[in-house]
Design a protein around this ligand. Structure first.
Ligand code: MOS
Length: 733
């Protein structure tokens, strides 16, 4: 590939601030408690809501006894399907119309007696205080007629059906004859992997404060998609989107949990309309488990065939994931297997089952995080069979072009990430045979795996005003969930306009501002970069032509209905040829050291080195933090997190942080992050996206290290003591 074939990124100005490890502009207000989250907006006459959840998975409500709740002093209203106002139906979000409904679940809450999952909101209490509302909610008794429910994921896999085709969500790929090539391969591995469902546990509980003023609605809500919440509420309550304002200044963790709209949001708005007062609904932690979609469980088959010198001849990756009956979407579990290794024969196929469950939703690197566990564990196993170092095996199978599509990579620096990682980590100290490294009573294991995540951009409408005194105001309703966007975008604008960092003010998190794309799929920063470059170029031209104006203003995008439609059409027209031409992805190499107690099986991640190719680094500090965060979530995926569902009732039995274990400080080692900081030639400013790549490969790196330490291959997540102990005690020490 020659450079002339590439579109050179618009790096039009000197890079002074971009890349610098500046502190977050919102750091001070957050660490001093002055940042106001959605449940912290004060209002006179503020009322509080609490939710009553179904305790069966499927059936009908036959009676609701609300008398004792209504009799409680301080209760303002008890709202059920018997007295709630009728709302418009909005179907759930689906991949065939990704800019359509942003509703996570297509149930007509409080407008129906039908129950679709164990945990569905059935009633709402509004009270003068939170305690009164929750006390009253506990007093409500619901009678049901129960119907048979399908809730056992493992049993249902026999009824899995192939995913429908959808934009960006192909059900799979086929090349050559994977089955026969596997059967005739000199070396084979062929295994089943399972991963547990997981629940989002952002630090900030999902919370909504809703305020009606006649037909105008203001909603304070931490979200990853302001535009989506606004559109959904407008449809549901049958008002114009112009009359709905979403304020989302601070978001206490997104990770995919605040991409779609979950029932609590709509219920808060409904309650405020009924009681004619501002209403706050902050879910309990249990409420988040019951009503916010999380990671699907998976069952995967991963088979590899190879020649004796370690060339892949066949790759088969199939997956089964979960959907709810009224919500949920495909998962790209096999996506990673279509992009990492060249093979003449490949079969990738994704299927899904519908359960009477809370639907699956986006959870950090949905698909790739769990798919890479199967693929990268299998590569490790194949390397051992072949007697080849696992990094060497990967380098022997590093493709020149995207293996299935034949497209060119816009950027592919996996070799460099592995080379640097191996050096920094000290990979050469690894004794290849499993169970051969020790420290005291600890078995020591080293593991590696590849991280890979697609990169793309969406439309971001942005306005920038530049004053003669050299201050710039950036206005865009983007989402700051702690990633550091507000800081990084100020760095970009400062460089583009040759201004100091302090001269830039960034306004975000409000539907009154120009519309941003959703903050998901790791697209926000690249999308923002594209618009910021264009706006700043316009401002520079204006300044040149008319040097003595008091103020300059430039914008990209339009927020009128027609203007938006035209922009989307134009964007798609340019994006499609670009997508056809290039495979774009962020990538990395994950290295870890795991200690396993030889007597108890206790597993500790002792050390981590991650080397990433995220294209241009916008801010070295916030990028490293984001990648670290991904690795921490990967440690949870690998070792601790599991939403346990009773296969008889479909009820989550560990809906709390005492029994659902997220990694804590004591579970997380020092994590060393390196980024190549090499701009991608096809992406705006060279930015590839940092949000999700950090979690990909983590579970496999840990599983590979556990194997190296103990000699036990664990092919289920989370890896717990019991999965390691019985078998490895049977091995000779
Ligand atoms: Mo993410 S799971 O795209 O917030």
């Amino acid at each position: 590939m020659t450079l002339t074939e590439l579109r050179v990124p618009e790096q039009t100005t000197a890079r002074k601030l971009v890349g610098q490890p500046l502190d977050r502009v919102d750091g001070g207000v957050k660490t001093t408690g002055r940042a106001r989250y959605s449940a912290e907006y004060p209002f006179a006459e503020l009322a509080h809501a609490a939710v009553v959840y179904s305790t069966i998975a499927r059936g009908r409500i036959t009676a609701i006894d609300t008398r004792s709740a209504e009799a409680l002093p301080g209760v303002i209203a008890v709202i059920t399907h018997l007295n709630a106002p009728k709302l418009r139906h909005t179907g759930a979000w689906n991949t065939r119309n990704p800019l359509g409904s942003s509703d996570g679940i297509g149930v007509d809450f409080l407008n129906t007696d039908r129950i679709h999952w164990n945990g569905q909101p059935l009633a709402l209490v509004v009270g003068d205080t939170l305690d009164i509302a929750r006390d009253a909610a506990d007093r409500i008794r619901v009678n049901y007629t129960e119907e048979p429910a399908v809730v056992d994921f493992l049993a249902e896999q026999l009824h899995a059906v192939e995913q429908p085709n959808a934009l960006l969500f192909e059900p799979g790929a086929n090349k050559g004859h994977a089955d026969s090539a596997l059967a005739s391969a000199a070396v084979q591995v062929d295994n089943i992997f399972t991963t547990a469902p997981q629940t989002h546990n952002a630090m900030e509980l999902h919370a909504t404060t809703a305020v009606w003023d006649g037909d105008r609605l203001t909603v304070y809500e931490g979200t990853q998609w302001i535009d989506g919440v606004q559109g959904m509420l407008a449809r549901k309550f049958n008002i114009s989107a112009r009359n709905v304002r979403i304020v989302s200044k601070f978001v206490g963790g997104g990770f995919g949990s605040r991409f779609l709209v979950w029932p609590g949001t709509m219920l808060a708005v409904l309650a405020a309309r009924v009681v004619q007062r501002p209403v706050r609904l902050m879910l309990t932690r249990e409420g988040v488990f019951r009503t916010v979609g999380g990671r699907t469980p998976t069952i995967q088959r991963l088979a590899l065939g190879a020649t004796p010198d370690g060339r892949l001849s066949s790759l088969i990756h199939t997956s089964v994931t979960e959907l709810g009956h009224l919500g949920g979407h495909p998962e790209q579990v096999t996506w990673i297997s279509q992009h990492l290794y060249p093979t003449p024969n490949l079969q990738a196929q994704q299927s899904q089952v519908r359960l009477d469950w809370l639907p699956n939703s986006t959870m950090r690197a949905p698909g790739e995080a769990v798919g890479s566990f199967a693929l990268e564990s299998s590569i490790d196993e194949l390397a051992e069979r072949l007697g080849i170092d696992p990094i060497d095996l990967r380098m022997r199978n590093e493709p020149d072009r995207d293996p299935v599509s034949g497209k060119r990579f816009s950027h592919r620096r996996l070799r460099e990430t592995y080379a640097l990682g191996a050096k920094v980590f000290g990979w050469s100290d690894r004794v290849a045979a499993p169970r051969s490294m020790r420290r005291g009573t600890m078995l020591v294991g080293y593991g590696v795996a590849t991280a890979y995540h697609p990169a793309m951009t969406l439309l971001a409408n942005v306005t920038v005003k530049l004053d003669a005194d050299g201050h710039a105001l950036v206005r865009c309703g983007f989402h700051e969930m702690g990633m550091g966007g507000a800081t990084a975008y100020a760095q970009i604008v400062a460089d583009q306009l040759s201004l100091p960092f302090d001269a830039i003010t960034v306004e975000y998190g409000d539907s009154e501002l120009p519309t941003a794309p959703l903050a998901g799929g790791s697209v926000q920063s690249a999308s923002m970069s594209a618009s910021l470059i264009a706006v700043c170029a316009d401002l520079r031209r204006q300044r040149q032509r008319h040097p003595h104006q008091p103020q300059y203003e430039a914008r990209v995008g339009s927020d009128t209905g027609l203007g938006r439609a035209a922009n989307i059409a134009k964007f798609i027209a340019s994006a499609i040829p670009d997508q056809r031409r290039w495979t774009k992805a962020a990538a990395g190499a994950q290295f870890c050291e795991v200690h396993v107690d030889a007597d108890t099986g206790e597993m500790r991640v002792a050390r981590w080195v991650g080397v990433f190719d995220i294209g241009t680094v916008l801010n070295a500090k916030t990028a490293a933090s984001q990648l670290r965060g991904g690795i921490v979530m990967g440690i949870g995926l690998a070792l601790t997190e599991e939403t346990q569902v009773d296969p008889r009732s479909g009820r989550i039995v560990n809906a709390n942080l005492a029994e659902y274990h997220v990694p804590t400080h004591a579970d997380v080692p020092s994590i060393e992050i390196h980024c190549l900081d090499d701009p991608d030639p096809t992406m705006p400013l060279g930015v590839l996206g940092t949000g999700e790549v950090g979690i990909v490969g983590v579970a496999a790196a840990i599983a590979n290290a556990v194997y190296h330490a103990t000699g036990v291959r664990v092919r289920q997540l989370p890896i717990t003591l019991d999965t390691v102990l019985p078998s490895y005690h049977a091995l000779p020490v």
